[in-house]
Design a protein around this ligand. Structure first.
Ligand code: 13P
Ligand code: SF4
Length: 329
């Protein structure tokens, strides 16, 4: 008897160049544009019509004239694009691309905590990082990204306390730079949480004159050694402003090196390694497994099939108010 083993279609190897050509043709045929976050693979940044950080991509989504947006990023980003551009069809290569920060703050838990704080007499506004679900956003007064956080915090009336969700590290950093006292939700990003401070310090010692760039999602132990703290767009602007060839140690998702290299190729970029909490070993955990769900094959498939799609939900309407107020005004 002959046994035939079938390979699932997603595991069949396809030539990346053929896939890119197919994607280009499908974009025209389906009247679609591609938005790619800086943390997806370089190939997906190359085929994009817009690349950027969370703030820029959310804004870009509102300027698109095509009928369909394909969002190469994670779920909360596609959701925000749909909320800000409800007339567009928003497709995602993989709807399972989530985010550990968004997962750490379920809407029912946040609502219960807000009620508890009010019952204890706290007079506060809730500020959420954009890395949250739409259901959480609908419970908040303001949304921040790494690109506009300081400016938004300044809009919270001085007599109000601030409940900051869900990233404790970003919240602590913002509290330090703005001088505002904050009640912090205990969430964190699985990628930025694991940078190895020991390896960072070794890399710094072995590369004299190098500059450490760190995303504010990193824990305090990393941020205190950073020469520049900023979101992904700020990192780009910073390296472009340094004209002297320099070595940069990059403490954020490792794909970020792709746009840095593209914009300022005269520098050298070294990724800061992560460390596995269970074994203490250095690992490649500076790659976001959710962002990694985006592939050329899945982009082609979602363009071809018109799915999976982010469907409008009734609770998006409330999240729309807060997103528009925070990101577009
Ligand atoms: P920014 O691109 O806004 O800096 O965000 C980083 C991030 O973690 C996105 O998930
Ligand atoms: Fe979420 Fe962290 Fe991945 Fe960004 S890098 S999508 S914050 S898990």
């Amino acid at each position: 008897m002959t046994l035939t083993v079938l390979t699932p279609p997603e595991l069949v190897e396809e030539d990346p160049l053929d896939l890119m050509d197919e994607i280009d043709a499908l974009k025209k045929e389906k009247d679609a544009v591609i938005l790619s976050h800086f943390y997806v693979d370089g190939d997906l940044q190359e085929i994009a019509d817009f690349t950027g950080d969370s703030l820029k991509l959310a804004r870009d989504a509102t300027t698109v004239t095509a009928g369909t947006i394909v969002f190469c990023g994670v779920h909360f980003m596609g959701e925000s694009a749909k909320i800000l551009s409800p007339d567009k069809r928003v497709l995602m290569p993989d709807l399972q691309a989530g985010c550990s920060l968004a997962d750490s703050c379920p809407a029912d838990k946040l609502a219960a905590y807000q009620q508890e704080l009010r019952a204890k007499g706290h007079d506060f506004q809730t500020v959420a990082y954009i890395n949250t679900t739409a259901a959480v956003k609908s419970l908040c007064d303001w949304i921040v990204t790494s690109g506009n956080a300081r400016e938004i915090i300044d809009r919270v009336p001085a007599d109000k306390e601030i409940l900051f969700v869900p990233d404790q590290h970003l919240g602590r950093y913002l509290s330090e730079v703005t001088g505002r006292k904050m009640i912090l939700w205990p969430g964190s990003c699985m990628v930025h949480e694991v940078f190895s401070i020991q390896d960072l310090l070794r890399a710094k010692r072995n590369n004299p004159g190098s500059i450490i760039l760190a995303h504010p999602e990193c824990p305090h132990s990393i941020l205190e050694h950073a020469d520049m703290i900023g979101g992904t767009e700020k990192m780009r602007q910073y390296v472009a402003s340094v004209k002297e060839p320099t070595k940069f140690l990059v403490a954020t998702e490792a794909n970020m090196i792709y746009p840095l290299q593209k914009l300022a190729p005269w520098h050298e970029y070294l990724p800061v390694p992560g460390i596995m909490a269970s074994t203490g070993e250095t690992c490649a955990c500076n790659r976001c497994p959710h962002m990694a769900r985006n592939t050329l094959q899945k982009v082609r498939n979602c363009l071809r099939d018109g799915k999976p799609e982010i469907e409008w939900q009734p609770y998006f309407a409330k999240a729309q108010d807060v997103l528009r107020r925070s990101l577009l005004k």
